[in-house]
Design a protein around this ligand. Structure first.
Ligand code: FAD
Length: 513
């Protein structure tokens, strides 16, 4: 049965699909837009970040729904526990030789992982940016993305000991850096309300009122099972709703933003199988350490403001940022001041609020075509679509990067006062950063190493766009969501032009535009 037709169907309602929907609704209100999401709404109205829900019961219920009904497992030796609101793709068993991606996870709900994310939106540095996107062009869509995501560096202004931590880090890391790449508060996707309350950006913020005013139709609990094509041209999608009813939805364009595992899978089941599909999978290398701020770095004024005594403990923590710098510090540093726990952390006395500092470093993976997600038609998952299998290895270059990250994390701990309990930095398992990239990467030419052109249009198929972290072709260390939203806004604008009948540029012409 054929349903109503649309100009564009967007698959996946995470931050990327929602940014595409918002862009089309605002910039081309005459176009009919359908946003299809496999998972349920976690809030009413839909799309709130779970941290903005009113109480812990609602949050726990929402996280459970996002896990496709899977119950969170407690951590066990040698086995990964998924983060709340996410569930693992595999069995979570960590191999002794560091192969595979045991922590690979996803979320299935309106808002995708964007209902659970932390919201760090660091600006990509020189070396992380995509070299063939002109700087002015990227900067324009970056600003648009930050506007949609409500990125600010003021969300935690004045948090306990934030300035002291920043100044201790600046003394070590700022020399020789451009002002915008020095140690600074982390840009975060958080709105600050009139009474200074923080509201984490979910897709309710990204979409604004587009659903309310009927500019975008959202269908939750509806799986896109296939993209339909005729002579290499998109004709629509097949969907299956929660009752199991199938429907054909005619559409002139389809934009797939269904995460880095399920976007290539949907192309695969639809018979769109460019050689790079699912390949070049990469995730940030990740190292963590815990430091305790030296008492001498805690100024008298801070001692007066925040005593060690119970009752004055702060319930939030701030995050500082050591930006990626290709020459001096080729990592992305998130320096998080942990909530000042009333539980003594290292068996010593109760710490000053803000004085226990989590050091998180992300590093660039050595990208290889062999690292990939593959689709097992013979072993479908619970949706009936092919099962996902991941092949992933660390190279000698990766091991060297991890060693350098461990050293850098240990140096940071020392600069701040010393590691808690004298502990060495910890290397986190593959997939832990939740930043899966590369599987539908953009490219300049159709030479088998990319899935889409520089605007996200899938090679050799008219009307089919891809978006999400999977399109990022460069090795990066920074959290990718804002970059993916920026690239998706750019692709959405191109989709509007194509739908408006602009002479579609050939892939070669698109290189020069
Ligand atoms: P997703 O948010 O994954 O959404 C994809 C959606 O597509 C899902 O809802 C899925 O159900 C749907 N879908 C899949 N297949 C189909 C289908 N066939 N039909 C219909 N729907 C389908 N990133 C950062 O940059 N900074 C951070 O600080 C950060 N912190 C994070 C913390 C946590 C705990 C988590 C879980 C993630 C974090 N991330 C962070 C990652 C970030 O959330 C993702 O990069 C981002 O959500 C990706 O957006 P997306 O729209 O591409 O995909």
């Amino acid at each position: 049965m054929a349903g109503r037709s649309y100009d564009i169907v967007i698959v996946g309602s995470g931050p990327v699909g929602s940014a595409v929907a918002r862009t089309v609704a605002d910039e081309a209100p005459d176009l009919d837009v359908l946003l299809v999401e496999a998972g349920p709404a976690l809030s009413d109205p839909p799309g709130r970040h779970v941290r903005t829900l009113p109480n812990v019961e609602d949050i726990a219920r929402a996280q459970m729904l996002a896990q496709a009904g899977r119950v969170s497992q407690p951590p066990q030796e040698g086995r990964i526990a998924a983060r709340p609101g996410t569930y693992l793709i595999g069995d979570g068993v960590v191999d002794s030789d560091d192969t595979g991606m045991p922590a690979a996870a996803m979320s299935t709900n309106v808002g995708g992982m964007g209902a659970h994310w932390t919201g760090s939106c660091p600006v990509p540095g020189e070396g992380e940016r995509i070299p063939w996107i002109p700087r002015y062009e990227f900067d324009t869509v970056w600003a648009d993305a930050c506007g949609l995501l409500r990125v600010t560096q003021s969300a935690f202004d004045g948090w306990p000991l934030g300035a002291e931590v920043r100044s201790a880090l600046s003394a070590v890391f700022d020399e020789g850096r451009a002002p915008d790449r020095r140690v600074q508060p982390m840009p975060l996707a958080i709105e600050i309300g009139r009474s200074c309350e923080r509201y984490w950006t979910g897709i309710d913020v990204i979409l604004g009122d587009v659903i309310e005013r009927g500019a975008v139709e959202l269908r939750a609990e509806t799986l896109v099972t296939r993209i339909t094509l005729e002579n290499d041209e998109v004709t629509g999608v097949m969907i299956r709703d929660r009752r199991g009813e199938e429907e054909y939805i005619p559409a002139r364009a389809v934009f797939v933003a269904a995460d880095s595992f399920r976007t290539p899978r949907l192309l695969h089941v639809s018979g769109v199988r460019p050689p790079a599909l699912g390949r070049y999978l990469n995730d940030h290398l990740q190292v963590m350490a815990l430091a305790r701020l030296d008492d001498r770095l805690i100024p008298a004024a801070a001692r007066t403001r925040h005593s060690r005594t119970a009752g004055t403990l702060e319930l939030f923590s701030g995050v500082n940022w050591i930006p990626y710098d290709r020459e001096r510090f080729p990592f992305h540093g998130q320096i998080m001041q942990m909530d000042a726990s009333p539980v003594p952390i290292d068996g010593l006395d109760e710490p000053w609020p803000g004085s226990i500092v989590g050091i998180g470093l992300f590093g660039c993976k050595d990208i290889a075509a062999e690292d990939r997600v593959a689709f097992d038609d013979a072993a479908p998952d619970e949706t009936g679509l092919p099962g996902l299998t991941i092949r992933y290895r660390l190279t000698d270059t990766d091991r060297a990067t991890i060693d350098a990250m461990k050293k850098a994390a240990a140096d940071i701990a020392v600069a701040l006062g010393g590691p808690v309990g004298g502990e060495e930095p910890t290397v986190l398992p593959n997939g832990n950063s939740l930043h899966y990239m590369g599987t539908v990467r953009m490219g300049l030419v159709n030479d088998g190493t990319s899935v889409s052109d520089r605007l996200g249009r899938v090679w050799d198929v008219n009307g089919l766009f891809v978006g999400g972290n999977g399109v990022i072709p460069t090795p990066t260390a920074c959290n990718p969501t804002a970059m993916s939203v920026a690239l998706a806004i750019r692709s959405a604008r191109r989709a509007i032009e194509d739908l408006r009948g602009a002479t579609p540029c050939t892939k070669e012409e698109s290189v020069a535009t």
